[in-house]
Design a protein around this ligand. Structure first.
Ligand code: ADP
Ligand code: MG
Length: 253
């Protein structure tokens, strides 16, 4: 067990956005999170990554509670994420977008001083090399010099993943990475997620595309109105009456 949520809840004023949520994430698995809009999926990621603190419960990573730990420290511990709304520096190149994130982790700032020491130069070269490797891994090395804002949507999504991977996470959280992608981009994304898992990382994936989730995930957690209504392998989720009702209920409403 790598990450465990224990009876986690989050209230926004009178709204219980999440209540009594418990599940585990294991190394080398793809765990899917599905549920209708407003179910609490993104809030779950915000709690795990320290953007917000839970109102109840505990979140344990490698046997230690990470509640109250700051987001950048959680990244350093080994949990990285992408955002539902793309957050890139549109006027920086793809390569620079990956490098900027990595510089937060080093001694020398990216734009710091003209008199760099040999050590700083080496550090910079290492970062550049690693950033390029991440672009290659995510299949966008050919656009490393292009401005992030000029890239097609699917490639911006990949760039976000490259940036998250550059932090060397043990767990990567992907919030609707296929949103706005066409069919072939979604297929590519699917292969990328599987490749990340094959590197030994755990992937937690929020996505609405049920077909994608059923074929890609090892396990799935289903949220509805802030509650966990099901957890299991894709076949058991697909056959679960509570899951079917939650989705059918939404279509009727
Ligand atoms: N920062 C916030 N302040 C107040 N309410 C929020 C905040 N973030 C999310 N919510 C509410 O919590 C519920 C769950 O939202 P969210 O986690 O974004 O759902 P999902 O990602 O499953 O669509 C929604 O009702 C949403 O309006
Ligand atoms: Mg969301």
């Amino acid at each position: 067990m790598m990450l465990a949520l224990k009876q986690v809840g989050k209230n926004f004023g009178g709204l219980a956005a999440l209540a009594g949520i418990s599940f585990e994430v294991h190394g080398g698995e793809i765990l899917g999170i599905i549920g209708p809009n407003g179910a609490g999926k993104t809030t779950l990621f915000n709690l795990i990554t320290g953007v917000m603190s839970p109102s109840q419960g505990d979140i344990v990573f490698r046997e230690k509670s990470i509640v109250g730990t700051r987001p950048h420290q959680i990244t350093q511990l080994g949990i990285a994420r992408t955002f539902q709304n793309i957050r890139l520096f549109g006027n920086l190149s793809a390569l620079e977008n990956v490098m900027v994130g990595m510089h937060c982790r080093t001694q020398a700032g990216l734009w710091q001083g003209l008199w760099r020491t040999g050590k700083q130069r080496q550090e910079e070269a290492d970062i550049r090399e690693k950033a390029l490797a991440m672009l290659a891994l995510t299949g966008i090395a050919d656009v490393s010099q292009a401005l992030a804002g000029s890239l097609p949507y699917g490639k911006q999504r990949r760039l976000e993943i490259a940036r998250a991977l550059a932090a060397d996470p043990e767990i990567i959280l992907l919030d609707e990475p296929a949103a706005g992608m066409n069919e072939s981009e979604t297929d590519d994304l699917k292969q990328l997620v599987a490749r990340i898992r094959d590197l030994g990382k755990a992937v937690v994936l929020i996505e609405h595309d049920i077909q994608l989730m059923m074929t890609l995930c090892d396990r799935i957690v289903v949220l509805n109105f802030g509650q966990k209504i099901a957890e299991g392998d894709p076949a058991s989720i697909q056959a679960n009456p509570a899951v079917i009702e939650a989705y059918l209920g939404k279509e009727e409403g």
